[in-house]
Design a binder for this molecule. Structure first.
Ligand SMILES: Cc1cc2nc3c(=O)[nH]c(=O)nc-3n(C[C@H](O)[C@H](O)[C@H](O)COP(=O)(O)O)c2cc1C
Length: 416
């Protein structure tokens, strides 16, 4: 087993001017290192980065892949056993996953799906194109993959979520990877107020009708997007948030977990490169305000302050930014009980949506409090006539400030 972060390639892939083909001899290992660095910039709930991937390279690991693919419904791989095929697995790292709320399981799938989308797109940009992507139902895993995984050096805290078969096709173009890397680097969660400027209808149209990726996935996403933007809708949503967003702070188990992701000092941030700094959450703050926030948000102090109405105050602050946001994005799935593969596909869609918005100069700020509690979710769906089961809600608009990049672990890469 070889678990490493991205290593500098021995023979660096030289990315030249736009449209110049990459050296055809570049190895899959090099391509994977490049792709992992891009995918590692994905968004994740609390920036917990609950993902990893494994290249199933040895004969034994490939045999596990065949065994698993055989079990998957609808899989018909005419090229099975082709020695040139590459088998790549996506994993959820349960040691890095959020668990305080039942809804966090869905958020972990969305986050891992987002990573998978970027990883596969960055590989495709280098000529390693998925010929099949199979998301794995937990039941199938119980049967085969766990046995296969137990056989190999699969980490005990990694849960396999998806398996991709890749082959070397087409001529890779360096510009595709350069563009993707630039967009993934520019994409940030922006929690500041947005400009009082409408979002162009063409941009919204494009975002609501994203073209599917070129590769075939076992569960293509069936996401419906609503963009709320009339003054009446925005005012009603702001009122809804003002009433309910305080729950983020008054649910003590959830808050304890959220609070554990705050990195209050530079030393802490260096030692634990996930979560967020106070600046990322509150913007630039003076030292006294930062100290005050640190004391007030401590899980030992917060319940007392909530009894005095502090949670409602915080909810009102969020509502103010919602009121002045030009668009609220609400994304839904057609089924009321989405499976793990449905949510993984939705995460892949989310990455595509966020990258497309970034390219259009737009910023996003997710508002997960609205989807984390069943009562709030169904009231939201009902009040705003949202189709399907809403899995993601976010502010969308032109940013007023730039945001610093969040902390990152090195990509969790495994070769088996
Ligand atoms: C499924 C999901 C849910 C999220 N929910 C929230 C949220 O409720 N509030 C928030 O401020 N950010 C939310 N985020 C944004 C993450 O905090 C953010 O992606 C992470 O801190 C990394 O920062 P970056 O997006 O700037 O790279 C969410 C992200 C994902 C993928």
């Amino acid at each position: 087993m070889n678990r490493t972060g991205p290593q500098p390639s021995r023979t660096p892939v030289r990315l030249r001017a736009n449209g110049v083909p990459l050296p055809t001899g570049s190895s899959f290992q090099q391509a994977l290192v490049e792709a992992a660095a891009v995918a590692n910039l994905s968004p994740s709930s609390h920036n917990c980065q609950p993902w990893g991937h494994a290249w199933l390279k040895s004969d034994r690991a490939k045999a596990s892949a065949y065994e698993l693919l055989d079990l998957l419904p609808g899989h018909d791989d005419a090229t099975a056993g082709d020695p040139d095929n590459i088998y790549l697995a996506l994993a959820q790292d349960t040691d890095r996953s959020l668990t305080a709320l039942p809804a966090h399981s869905a958020e972990m799938h969305l986050s891992c799906g987002s990573y998978w989308h970027l990883l596969l797109r960055a590989l495709a940009a280098q000529g390693w194109v998925p010929t099949a992507v199979h998301h794995i139902e937990p039941e199938a895993l119980d049967h085969a993959a766990h046995r296969a995984a137990a056989d190999s050096d699969w980490p005990r805290n990694w849960r396999m979520l998806s398996l991709a078969v890749l082959s070397r096709t087409g001529i890779p173009r360096s510009a595709d990877l350069t563009d993707l890397r630039a967009t993934a680097t520019a994409r940030h969660t922006n929690r500041a107020p947005y400009r009082d400027l409408r979002v162009a209808p063409e941009a919204l149209h494009e975002l609501a009708h994203l073209s599917p990726t070129a590769w075939a996935t076992s569960n293509p996403p069936h996401v419906t997007v609503r963009h709320l933007r009339s003054p009446v809708e925005l005012r009603r949503l702001a009122t809804f948030i003002a009433h309910h967003a305080g729950r983020d702070f008054s649910d003590s188990a959830a808050w304890r977990e959220t609070h554990s992701y705050f990195r209050w000092s530079a030393e802490d941030a260096a030692a634990r490169p996930d979560g967020f700094t106070p600046e990322q959450v509150f913007g630039a703050v003076s030292t006294p305000r930062r100290l005050l926030a640190r004391v007030a948000l401590n899980p030992a102090a917060l319940p007392h302050l909530c009894r005095l109405g502090f949670d409602r105050y915080l909810g009102t602050q969020l509502a103010k930014t919602v009121h002045t946001t030009p668009v609220i994005t609400a994304a839904g799935l057609p089924t009321d009980t989405p499976t793990a593969p449905d949510l993984l596909s939705a995460g892949m869609w989310l990455a595509n949506y966020w990258l497309t918005a970034t390219q259009a100069g737009l910023a996003l700020h997710p508002l997960s409090i609205l989807t984390q509690h069943e009562d709030l979710r169904s009231e939201l769906q009902q009040r705003f006539g949202l189709p399907g089961r809403t899995f993601f809600v976010a502010r969308l608009g032109h940013p007023t400030t730039t945001t610093a990049a969040t902390l990152r672990h090195t990509a969790a890469t495994l070769t088996l």
